[in-house]
Design a protein around this ligand. Structure first.
Ligand SMILES: Nc1nc2c(ncn2[C@@H]2O[C@H](COP(=O)(O)OP(=O)(O)OP(=O)(O)O)[C@@H](O)[C@H]2O)c(=O)[nH]1
Ligand SMILES: [Mg+2]
Length: 695
């Protein structure tokens, strides 16, 4: 296969914990490669990657960002991903289209919660990995402590290929352990690295770490191992080749180091990206699902039928919709036709482009393995697959967290409802971890996300991009009701007014069912007490009554309803009458069955510095939480607990103030439990206040 795109390309995702310096590193690499002429900074809001206004204001990445550029006869597609857990969907989807990842680690904090989470994700996608220990110019930064935290988290195959010279504000340069050469960086200018002697006092340490590296490299080649053990000198080329093989196979994880904002060490990292990390061709055929669930191997061959996977959709009110995709097989061309096989729709592909942050540079085609963007597709969204013609191809859906933090919202100005609905819909298309729906019980519009920040960012984007403002109401707890013991009821609906009357009579028994059972309706009518045609009407009546329980009007869950007897009238009985009788019977039986109010319990994971674990647990106790345990995670501790959702709706700002912004949390729904009696009274009282409008 001559001149295949897949030989030249390197698709690399920068991943890591929030604030570890991914965006700064992305910028420094672009600067070092000459793709930009000025080293932008996060603080000044001038980086290529964080180009959205809210990213600059918050000084954090929200969307995945792509920069495509050339270096050393390679084409690099460098993806910067958000570290904030609320926006993890973009990091997860970037890992699907990258062939390797640079794991960026904070040189002060070492391995953090998201470092580990994302490492496991990269494992699952089978990606080669390099580690960059960043911020070594900061106070309390310690490369060697971080290296230990990496080894204990990710195993012995994590090995340093370089070590820093100096630390904190005296960070000066880097020793390359492969060649045993040293470089000093006196400025942030491009290409400013200057070769120096390895400082004398560092020689023993450098030799020690070189031996560790050589042990690891030799382990990947029997032939090298023999010669290495015999004490033979191994040539540079041989070491590099063996290292590269180990990295590509995911058997060695080289650790590099530097300081992104000082552009220190980033030239070396850029070299490693093109030298050590695999191309799409080296990675070979990747799997997708075909018809009948069979596995399809997609070879990165420019001349085969085109298959492209869309991993990100950006909604822009002016430029329209932009879709970012990776070509897994074949070549995609500008001004061509494609089929969105996920939606079975034809799409016209207009201009294709390579991205540098927000700037699109038009190209005529993109070959197998490449990553690019296309504007103005009509129906295509993230997760879809584009092909030349209709075929059965699908990629496994991404395993994303579910939205748990729900707010009711309404348009601020009357008359803006439609505009708000359309803006929300567009933003939901961009973000698979957002959910928008109408609450069946209250009729309110609900917007749900992974966290408060997540929903707030969405609301801001509605205002900035679509000029529509919405007001959020405090998140509402989705209470439920159920019963504690069996009961029965007999009800008769009868009306005689002039001509034809209404008549229905039914007798039911109810009892508690297992968690998650919903309604189990059991028809025990024998003979013709109630004609078969009316039975569904009784069931419908019960269902409707269950939408608003007798305790506080919340939906009822998990009951068995047995219809045991009844009566009908040949002329006056109707479906309507039986539905009403069913509803009445259910309400009466529920009153007698010791009804209870249930509340959702969530599983919470807080990651915080060791010294505030006590404060975090104390606070959770005051929220009716039950600690489940704690575990050291890198330099932090992970506290797990079960907490009623009602007590934790406003957790983000509280945790921020307890921890001084140094803690993170995640939560997911676990189960329903009875609300303690004294609290139930309050919920009942609130539910009867005028604000609670039943649908
Ligand atoms: N001293 C020092 N500061 C750095 C370095 N790298 C990044 N920073 C600063 O650390 C902060 C976070 O850097 P970012 O590049 O935004 O980190 P990020 O990983 O992209 O953050 P998220 O996108 O939120 O995950 C910024 O204020 C940077 O200026 C470094 O090497 N040294
Ligand atoms: Mg960032």
């Amino acid at each position: 296969m001559p001149h295949q795109a897949a030989d030249r390309i390197r698709n690399v995702a920068l991943i890591g914990h929030r604030g570890s310096g991914k965006t700064s590193l992305h910028e420094a690499i672009l600067f070092e490669a000459g793709a930009v002429n000025r080293l932008g900074s996060v603080a000044a809001g001038t980086t290529v990657s964080d180009h959205a206004e809210d990213e600059q204001q918050r000084e954090m990445s929200i969307d995945v960002s792509l920069a495509s550029f050339e270096h050393a006869e390679r084409e690099l597609n460098l993806l910067d991903t958000p570290g904030e857990p609320s926006f993890v969907a973009d990091a997860i989807s970037a890992l699907r289209v990258a062939d390797s990842a640079v794991v960026v680690v904070n040189g002060v904090n070492g391995v953090e919660v998201s470092t580990e989470r994302l490492w496991r994700r990269a494992d699952a996608e089978g990606l080669a990995r390099l580690v960059f220990v960043n911020m070594l110019d900061r106070e309390r930064a310690d490369f060697f402590a971080v290296l230990d935290s990496l080894k204990s988290a990710f195993g012995p195959h994590v090995v340093a290929t370089e070590i820093p010279i100096g630390a904190e504000h005296e960070l000066r340069g880097i020793v390359d352990l492969i060649d045993m050469r040293a470089f000093a960086y006196d400025s942030a200018e491009r290409g400013s690295a200057l070769e120096i002697e390895i400082p004398e006092d560092m020689v023993p340490q450098a030799e020690d770490y070189r031996e560790k590296l050589m042990d690891e490299v030799a382990e990947n080649s029997d032939e090298l191992m023999e010669r290495y053990l015999d004490g033979e000198e191994i040539a540079h080329e041989e070491i590099v080749t063996a290292l590269k093989r180990g990295v590509t196979a995911g058997k060695i994880f080289p650790v590099t180091c530097g300081a992104a904002t000082r552009n220190l060490g980033t030239d070396r990292l850029l070299g490693a990206l093109v030298e050590d990390l695999p191309s799409p061709a080296m990675r070979g055929a990747l799997g997708a699902g075909g018809s009948d669930g069979e596995e399809l191997a997609l070879e990165p061959d420019d001349d085969a039928g085109m298959v492209a996977y869309v991993f990100k959709t950006l909604a822009d009110p002016y430029a329209g919709r932009l879709n970012l995709f990776r070509v897994f097989r074949g070549t995609i061309r500008s001004d061509s036709q494609a089929v969105n096989v996920s939606r079975k729709r034809k799409e016209r592909v207009g201009h294709l482009g390579r991205l540098l942050g927000k700037d699109l540079v038009q190209v005529s085609e993109l070959g197998a393995g490449d990553i690019g963007a296309v504007a103005k597709l009509k129906e295509t969204r993230a997760g879809d697959v584009l092909c030349e013609r209709q075929e059965e191809i699908g990629f496994e859906p991404l395993d994303l967290p579910s939205p748990v933090m729900a707010f009711a919202y309404e348009a601020r100005s009357k008359g803006d409802e439609d505009k708000a609905a359309s803006a929300v819909r567009k933003l939901t298309e961009e973000d698979p971890t957002l959910d928008v729906h109408r609450d069946r019980q209250t009729g309110e519009q609900i917007i749900a996300g992974l966290s408060q920040v997540h929903v707030e960012v969405t609301v801001e984007r509605m205002r900035e991009r679509f000029g529509v403002e919405i007001d959020l109401h405090p998140p509402r707890v989705p209470y439920r009701e159920s019963i504690r013991r069996p009961a029965e009821a007999h009800s008769r609906y009868k009306k005689q007014s002039g001509g034809r009357g209404q008549f229905a009579d039914c007798k039911i028994e109810i009892e508690p069912a297992g968690d998650g059972a919903g309604l189990e309706f059991d028809n025990r009518i024998k003979g013709a007490a109630i004609p078969g045609g009316f039975i569904p009407a009784v069931e419908k009546g019960v269902e409707e009554a269950m939408e608003h329980g007798t305790v506080a009007g919340f939906p009822v869950k998990d009951v068995i309803v047995r219809l045991v007897d009844g009566k009908h009238h040949d002329v006056d009985s109707s479906e309507m009458a039986f539905k009403l009788a069913g509803s009445m019977a259910f309400r009466e039986a529920m009153e007698a069955a010791d009804p209870v109010l249930l509340e959702p319990i969530v599983r919470l994971t807080v990651s915080c510095p060791d010294e505030i674990v006590g404060d975090v647990i104390g606070d959770l106790n005051s929220r009716r939480g039950h600690p489940l345990g704690m575990e050291p995670k890198g330099s932090a501790t992970e506290v797990k607990a079960e907490v009623p959702m009602a007590e934790i709706l406003d957790y983000a700002p509280d945790l921020r103030s307890i921890s001084g912004g140094r803690a993170d949390f995640e939560m997911e729904f676990d189960r329903y439990e009875e609300v303690p009696a004294h609290l139930a009274d309050r919920v009942v009282a609130e539910s009867q206040a005028p604000a609670h409008v039943g649908a």
